[in-house]
Structures are given as structure tokens and as C-alpha cells.
Design a protein. Structure first.
Length: 202
């Protein structure tokens, strides 16, 4: 969260996958009331019962007006198509949706709408959720205009240093991630059985 305070972004902020809204509240708290940028949240709101209502209540408890947040209910890949058509732009994107490799890759397509100089952050960049690592590493290898800034605990922070010539995520990336997902799940299952990792969702 310190990076948000340091950069003092004024453009739109996007969170993909909000669970109960705890991280959302922390991000919003990085800004003063009058200087807080517009927050957009994308989530299917099916993670648990009454998820949307719980997120709204969590924001109220932390002193934020939940109606100041734009909630878009649905899958990130489907919602991206419309956002791309209207040429939306974001200063900060936080990805914390489903951690299977194919879903992380789909979420990464939103980097296309990140402004030059903006930050992209992925949660759970750990061996327990190897799907995040695999998707993020492929993304960084493919796009030299994105620079790894720092890895703080399980948070990987990437800066967009220049505009991309080609789409951030192509069909080859989707195919790669889709084929790799069951293999990562199998590997994770084996490692859990022999005690190498505690838990994971690849």
C-alpha cells in the first residue's frame, strides 16, 4: 500500500477479485477523501453467499461510501471486451481473482488498459498458488515494456514503462495457460500429499 501513497495516482483504480473487500478498503484508505481516485471492482460475486452485501458492509465499517465504488459483476475477461472498446484507462490494477493459471492469464489482459507509468499488482505470487507465478513470469518474459518493481511478501508489483505494440495477452498465452492448468493442479496435489506445500489453487 505504500506504493500507492508514494505514487499519488489520480486516475482510475481497478481491483479484480475482491472477496470481502478488505484489501479494497485498505487501498481506498491510502487516499484522502477529497483526493481519492475512482475505484472499479470486478467480481462474479459468487465466492460466498451474500458476497456483494458483505463487501458493501465492510466498506461502510471502514468509513467509506460503498456507492462511490463502481462494481461490475461478471467475469473479468468478458467485461474486458467492453472496457477495451470504450478505451478505459487505469493508473493501478490489482489482480486477486481465481488463481488457476488460465484465469490469471485472462485477468492480465486488463494490463492493456494500464497507463504508461501505471502499476500492476498480483496477489499470491507464491509456490502455494503456482498458477499466478507461471502466468506472471510468462507475461514479463514476453513484454519488455513491463518492469518488475518489487516482490513484497506475496505481492508482485510491475510497472508499465511504455505502451505495448501487441496485445498483452494473445491466443497463444490463453492456450498455454489452459493446457498448463491441469498439470499445475496435479503437481500441487502431489506436493500437498508429500508435505511440500500446505494448500493451493493453481
Amino acid at each position: 500500500m505504500g506504493l500507492l501513497r508514494q505514487n499519488k495516482f489520480t486516475g482510475n483504480h481497478l481491483e479484480i477479485g475482491t472477496a470481502a473487500g478488505g484489501t479494497l478498503a485498505k487501498m481506498m484508505g491510502c487516499y484522502e477523501e477529497g483526493a481519492r481516485p475512482h475505484f472499479v471492482v470486478i467480481d462474479t460475486m459468487t465466492y460466498f453467499a451474500n458476497q456483494h452485501e458483505l463487501v458493501m458492509a465492510n466498506l461502510r465499517e471502514n468509513g467509506f461510501d460503498p456507492h462511490s465504488v463502481e462494481f461490475r459483476i461478471g467475469r473479468s475477461y468478458d467485461l474486458f471486451k467492453q472496457a477495451e472498446k470504450t478505451m478505459e484507462q487505469y493508473d493501478f490494477i490489482f489482480i486477486d481473482g481465481a488463481h488457476k493459471c488460465r484465469y490469471v492469464m485472462q485477468d492480465l489482459c486488463w494490463a492493456r488498459l494500464l497507463r504508461k507509468g501505471g502499476l500492476l499488482c498480483l496477489d499470491d505470487y507464491t509456490l502455494n498458488t503456482r498458477g499466478v507465478i507461471v502466468a506472471a513470469n510468462r507475461f514479463l518474459r514476453k513484454h519488455v515494456n513491463y518492469l518488475k518493481v518489487v516482490l513484497v511478501g506475496k505481492f508482485l508489483v510491475i510497472r508499465k514503462c511504455d505502451e505495448s505494440v501487441t496485445p498483452e495477452v494473445g491466443w497463444d498465452d490463453y492456450c498455454y495457460a489452459t493446457m498448463l492448468t491441469p498439470l499445475l493442479q496435479l503437481r500441487n496435489s502431489i506436493e500437498k500429499r508429500i508435505g511440500l506445500v500446505r494448500d493451493g489453487n493453481q
